[in-house]
Write a protein that binds this ligand. Structure first.
Ligand code: FES
Length: 422
């Protein structure tokens, strides 16, 4: 029978207490600790050699034969082990003291735009909706009065709208945020409307705070995807889900906590109340969106590569486990196929390439690389893994975009006319 026990881990003077079973690897244990982002590009398969930890104190399983290839004999003699091949053992009165080796650099994530605001295609606007006064003869509810005057998006019929309606009861005109002829949110008098545009990349996550009426980006937060500790690429993440009984839940919790924190921090930094945060809109490749919803993406990895969903979906964020931002909706635009996700749909839409008459090529080179070709009449898409070439996965030497990595080189001419690099 599997024994549940408490594991105490000390990493660089910080003590963590977590739950573990006899079959829990050190990597699985460390994944429960949000502060420790240990690189595990192969997802715990024992072949990338990146999940190195030094065991300083405590009893662990002896080195396994497969550790001798990624690790040099000298490293093993210094107590360095692969966390995915090491099992904490023994009496945990003596805490396991370790020193993580990789995954400590501060990441640099590119988030800039050039060539104008990409969201200028948005068509939100505010509109005053005039309601008939209530009377003894006309006792329709305030919501019915509103829906009798204007088409209302189904997602707007929620408790938050009702609370706002209650605060404005008796008013004969209401200020609504409109999208394509439908009211999508009720605005408080004098309020602005905001949304978060979220790009969930396999490696990085960016959350943009957007002022919906102007489409302008107020601010953003960027970070490495917290799921990176479960594997660097899409296939490693899918394998990580299948390797643990609660794999889907673990990966979902890790991305939801990250998005929740990033969105809440943006709102706090700009004094935006949850009432004014109309919607989150998240795009990503099809696997990332499955993981966000806690849906096992296993079938995406094997022929005939059938995703569970590609449709556009909306749900209350609280249903996904958001805690700091809990009273709004998250919208996922539709994907195209297993390996062409909603990030491409959104990119094609926002860039407006399908409104061009000339052929246009749209490239998204990330861990998963996609190309969309608009030939003037039809859109053709394909994708391929690009991560190992660009993001430091599965390479022996080198690293991803962390502090210290060379990200640009320029050449300047000095006083004597000599060319130097800077
Ligand atoms: S070798 Fe352990 S995660 Fe790759």
């Amino acid at each position: 029978m599997t024994q549940e026990r408490v594991l105490t881990i000390i990493d660089r003077e910080t003590t963590y207490t977590i739950g573990a079973t006899d079959g829990t690897t050190l990597l699985q244990a460390l994944r429960q600790i949000p502060d420790i982002l240990l690189d595990a590009p192969c997802g715990g398969n024992g072949n990338c050699g990146k999940c190195k930890v030094r065991i300083l104190q405590g009893e662990v399983s002896p080195p396994q034969p497969e550790e001798t290839h990624p690790l040099a004999a000298e490293e093993l003699s210094q107590g360095i082990r692969l966390a995915c091949r090491t099992y904490p053992l023994g009496n945990q009165d003596l805490p396991l003291k370790i020193a993580t080796i990789h995954g400590r650099g501060t990441s640099q994530v590119m988030t800039g735009f050039s060539g104008g605001t990409p969201l200028e295609v948005l068509r939100f606007h505010a509109q005053e909706i005039h309601l008939k006064s209530s009377s003894v003869e006309d006792q329709r509810s305030q919501l019915t009065r509103l829906t009798d005057e204007v088409a209302v998006h189904p997602a707007m019929k929620n408790p938050r709208t009702l609370r706002k309606l209650q605060r404005q009861i008796g008013r004969t005109s209401l200020n609504c945020l409109m999208d394509q002829g439908k009211a999508v949110a009720l605005l408080n008098p004098g309020d602005n409307a905001f949304g978060c545009a979220i790009d969930i990349g396999t490696t990085t996550v960016v959350v943009y705070l957007v002022e919906l009426l102007s489409g302008s980006i107020v601010d953003h937060r960027a970070a490495l995807n917290a799921q990176k500790r479960f594997g660097a690429d899409v296939i490693s993440r899918i394998e990580a889900v299948s390797r643990q009984a609660n794999g889907s839940e673990l990966l979902q919790r890790s991305i939801v906590q990250q998005l929740d924190w990033m969105a809440a921090e943006l709102c706090e930094a700009h004094g935006i109340s949850e009432d004014s945060l109309v919607e989150l809109c998240a795009v990503g490749n099809t696997t990332m969106l499955h993981l966000l919803l806690g849906v096992d993406p296993a079938t995406i990895a094997v022929a005939p590569f059938t995703p569970v969903f590609t449709e556009s979906l909306s749900c209350p964020v609280a249903q996904l486990g958001f805690k700091h931002i809990s009273d709004t909706y998250i919208h996922l635009p539709g994907s195209i196929a297993s390996y062409v996700g909603a990030d491409i749909t959104a990119g094609v839409f926002a860039s407006g390439i399908t409104r061009q008459t000339d052929p246009v090529l749209f490239l998204d080179i990330g861990t998963n690389g996609e190309i969309a070709l608009w030939d003037g009449a039809q859109l053709h898409c394909c994708s391929s893994a690009a991560g190992p070439a660009f993001e430091g996965a599965s390479i022996l030497h080198g690293t991803g975009g962390i502090t210290g990595a060379v990200s640009s080189v320029s050449w300047v001419r000095d006083d004597q006319g000599r060319i130097r690099k800077s």
